[in-house]
Design a protein around this ligand. Structure first.
Ligand code: HEC
Ligand code: HEC
Length: 117
């Protein structure tokens, strides 16, 4: 019986392509779902995938920007769940603050900084 359950689970995983290895915050199950999000998010920050990823293996946690990005994803999720949704206003995104820069301005006198490696 256990073996059958295991085989069924394994099979459904393969069919749905659950191929992600190290996704702790985002709700996506496979590459097909996560890549469109990543493309939009990279644009929101004005960076390429390699800003956060070892391009040989994107599941590795090696680059500091990736750790910060994961925490920012948790922050955005929490703000939306705890505040935006209850207030019935549109969800915030990375763009809400970042506007195409890795260092969004903190005050009206700050100039948005261009992307730096
Ligand atoms: C600003 C940082 C950042 C950029 C830029 C970025 N990613 Fe990511 N990516 C992450 C983080 C953080 C995670 C893990 C999310 C989590 O834990 O929920 C992730 C996870 C992934 C994963 C899942 C890997 C696995 O199996 O664990 C894939 C695939 C991926 N990204 C593809 C891309 C692609 C393609 C691009 C460029 C279009 C890109 N990413 C740009 C931060 C980034
Ligand atoms: C509430 C505003 C806000 C939101 C929303 C936000 N960020 Fe940020 N983010 C900031 C600020 C402010 C900084 C620090 C900029 C600086 O250093 O001056 C920052 C810094 C970062 C950095 C660090 C850049 C570096 O130098 O390493 C990354 C990566 C990042 N954010 C990713 C994200 C991602 C991904 C999202 C969406 C999931 C996001 N942020 C959403 C405000 C925000």
């Amino acid at each position: 019986m256990r073996l059958i359950v295991f085989i069924v689970l394994l099979f459904s995983g393969v069919v749905q392509g659950q191929d992600l290895k190290n996704v702790q915050v985002l709700p996506y199950k496979n590459t097909r779902e996560i890549v469109p999000y990543m493309k939009g998010m990279a644009k929101d920050l004005g960076v390429k995938c390699s800003y956060c990823h070892n391009m040989k293996n994107k599941s590795l946690d090696e680059i500091q920007h990736k750790f910060i990005a994961r925490d920012m994803m948790s922050m955005v999720k929490q703000i939306n769940e705890d505040f935006m949704t209850p207030m019935k206003v549109d969800a915030i995104t990375c763009w809400t603050c970042h506007r195409g820069s890795t260092a969004p301005p903190h005050s009206i006198d700050d100039k948005p900084k261009p992307h730096e490696h």
